[in-house]
Design a protein around this ligand. Structure first.
Ligand code: UDP
Length: 416
């Protein structure tokens, strides 16, 4: 049976520029899953907000997949969390789209808490199972000691959604436990479905892309690569301190950072100040945001990839680097403890001081010299998006089952 699925990604378009403030792993997740489902004959509409008057209302990036940009007055330029106040209007705009295109969905899959609010309003008007992937949890971010402050409504709304949605997708077993302990999610509605990686593009030998030029300026120096949005949660300062420590001890290591909103942004300026403060101007290169299709040439060209995040719900960067055959040094966040096999494809660094991170980076760089990229690639072979899509579709089907549909009635009260 082919399904009609409404995916919601209200605050961030899956077609946005990768590595910038609100466009990261979630966009990859939506694109890859939608493409995979579309190729199997399912119909996927991804709803997002229009960010300008000229935003094309409907774009068809892959067969059977549409990205629908909803024009909601006042929401185009609104800060992310202000979208909460427009939830009703977004649900109404979705309803208009359904009427105009004569479509009814079998399932709604919201992504991130703000989409969850819109999804639950829409589900009241169009009863069908409502799934959610939170991507990150406000309560977990607040306990991560990154100085993160959160919209006061987020934690309560996530708890409400976790309790009421028909399906909650947890990307790791650890996140499943957090969903239960921090959000009160019901274990019977949680499905552990990981995120994935495109193993054809992210491979040691895929295509004939040369390693990205910005990576290696001096062949005598090792290159550690950091990838991601410039968010304090990502622990960029820890990476900087670890690499500074290594160089102070006589090692020859450069750090290359991919991601961020560009030189004018406050986050970029903050990282620059940290680099200068550590006397690392010569040792750190900030590349800026890179198209996701070009990422393999960065991973392949680096000696190792460093992840020093304080919290990740999953962490696609770890998978992508390993799929490209490059060892990873990571704090024990997201999928890292599940996939990193010490001495085979990288090392876990105790989340702690710069000295111990420096030692673990050094071990990973030693491992990099003896690495067999194909062997490292094989350690993530189970994470292909096609398998992930199958797991997700299995979870969907359990809820679309008519007997379950009958049981759903009790969750239709408006609460959020
Ligand atoms: N990414 C990218 N270009 C950049 C920076 C990041 O394509 O300049 C991609 C990266 O390859 C990965 C995603 O953004 O697919 C980041 O996902 P992750 O789960 O590690 O972090 P999140 O952004 O979800 O917190």
């Amino acid at each position: 049976m082919s399904l009609r699925i409404a995916m919601l990604s209200i605050h961030s378009s899956p077609l946005g520029r990768m590595g910038t403030r609100d466009t990261g792993g979630m966009s990859v997740y939506l694109q890859e899953l939608a493409r995979e489902m579309g190729s199997r004959g399912h119909f996927v509409d991804i709803f997002t907000r229009a960010t300008a008057k000229e935003t094309e209302p409907v774009v068809k990036p892959f067969p059977n997949v549409r990205v629908v940009s909803l024009h909601v007055r006042g929401a185009e330029k609104a800060p992310k969390t202000a979208l909460y106040d427009h939830a009703e209007a977004f649900a109404a705009a979705m309803t208009d789209f359904c009427r105009e295109t004569a479509i009814e969905y079998d399932l709604i899959h919201s992504n991130y808490w703000l989409s969850g609010v819109v999804g639950s309003r829409f589900a009241m008007l169009h009863p069908c199972p409502h799934f959610i992937t939170f991507h990150t949890l406000g309560a977990a971010k607040m306990t991560s000691r990154s100085g993160h402050t959160e919209d006061s409504r987020r934690v309560d709304v996530e708890a409400e959604l976790a309790a009421r949605c028909d399906g909650v997708i947890a990307p790791t077993a650890a996140e499943r436990l957090r969903l239960i302990s921090l959000c009160g999610a019901r274990s019977e509605t949680i499905h552990v479905v990981p995120c994935g990686v495109n193993l054809k593009r992210f491979a040691p030998d895929a295509g004939d892309d040369a390693p990205a030029e910005e990576l290696r300026k001096d062949p005598g120096r090792a290159v550690l690569l950091g990838v991601g949005r410039f968010d304090p949660m990502k622990g960029i300062q820890r990476l900087l301190a670890g690499v500074a420590c290594l160089n102070a001890a006589g090692a020859a290591v450069d750090l290359v950072l991919v991601g961020g909103d560009g030189p004018g942004s406050p986050e970029h300026r903050r990282v620059r100040r940290q680099v200068r403060g550590l006397g690392m101007d010569e040792r750190v290169r900030i590349v800026g945001s890179v198209d996701h299709r070009k990422m393999p040439s960065y991973y392949r060209g680096a000696d190792a990839v460093g992840v020093a995040s304080r919290y990740e719900s999953f962490g696609l960067v770890v998978l992508e680097a390993l799929a490209c055959g490059t060892p990873v040094v990571s704090t024990p966040v997201g999928v890292a403890p599940e996939v990193i096999r010490p001495g085979v494809n990288g090392y876990l660094a105790a989340a702690g001081d710069a000295e111990s991170l420096a030692q673990t980076i050094a071990r990973t760089l030693r491992l990099a010299r003896e690495r067999d990229p194909l062997q490292i690639h094989a350690t993530v072979s189970e994470f292909d998006w096609s398998r992930v899509a199958s797991l997700l579709l299995d979870a969907y089907r359990k809820s679309i089952d008519p007997t379950h549909r009958h049981k759903m009635g009790k969750h239709r009260e408006p609460a959020i």
